[in-house]
Design a binder for this molecule. Sequence first.
Ligand code: NDP
Length: 327
Amino acid sequence: SKKPVRVAVTGAAGQIGYALLFRIASGEMLGKDQPVILQLLEIPDEKAQKALKGVMMELEDCAFPLLAGMEAHSDPMTAFKDTDYALLVGARPRGPGMERKDLLSANAQIFTAQGKALNAVASRNVRVLVVGNPANTNAYIAMKSAPDLPRKNFTAMLRLDHNRALSQIAAKTGKPVASIEKMAVWGNHSPTMYADYRFATIEGQSVKEMINDEEWNRNVFLPTVGKRGAAIIEARGLSSAASAANAAIDHMRDWALGTNGKWVTMGVPSNGEYGIPKDVIFGYPVTCEGGEYKIVEGLPIDEFSQERLNITLKELQEEQDGVKHLL
Ligand code: NDP
């Protein structure tokens, strides 16, 4: 049987953590033959640590055959020791009266410390997924704080936007969600992201031609996908957690186990693809194979799409400027 791999999860006692850990431990992320050791990080706060113990009690009570070990931590320097995968979920939520720049700098401190800790103690090939918002910029900060680790191993979650786009297209066309190929989401995990079905196909047929309604794209589809998080908060009284956790599982599983040529969306550091400056963590369509992702290149960008790319890039650059002095 396979040797266990180490999976670190931060914000482990939070709502996304609660929807995530049981699925990792059951093998849905890394495969039904891959034992895992969970290294769970929470803030030192007594309540958070106690809640984390409770989650661990429930994990024990599931008696997952693949759960080879479990640890609670309050310090990233121990939580990230030798970790092969790191899911950075915990982040500072926006408090009352808190401005965007306060949120950015509170998170910059967390992700600088976590990047440094990964740099110091994680596996040299650790694969990092940032879920905590602002996810792209937090991933950028962690990457910049970990100069000894491969840049390409720092990613941000855009998979929820991707999956939301798939579900809207499935509803519009009446086709099964699994039949949709070649969806792309570009840019920041924020309402400025650009969900792009220009290349999408269903059973070989162009989705754009099937829908054939540019007004729907601009005035219904894009705002619906962009504001879906807010719509869920409005309906549920709580932010989306199960779907966010599901997207994190999808992201890591596809990265580790491959997509068989299928496109998925990941936020990854640019090497200049599509004119995005190097190191900006940008949502791109990718394929995965052999534990590596590859950006889908050479797609035509029309005028409307270029405008949308410019808008989301501008927002990312403003976020980066806001934390520059801390790096
Ligand atoms: P959640 O588990 O609901 O959310 C965690 C993070 O994921 C937030 O930054 C949230 O952003 C983000 N997120 C990304 N995509 C989504 C999405 N689609 N829907 C909802 N959230 C999304 O937060 P909780 O408050 O329940 O739990 C956070 C935990 O993290 C707490 O237990 C806290 O103690 C811990 N924490 C840990 C830190 C650390 O490890 N150093 C630092 C700070 C907190 P958004 O805020 O925009 O919703």
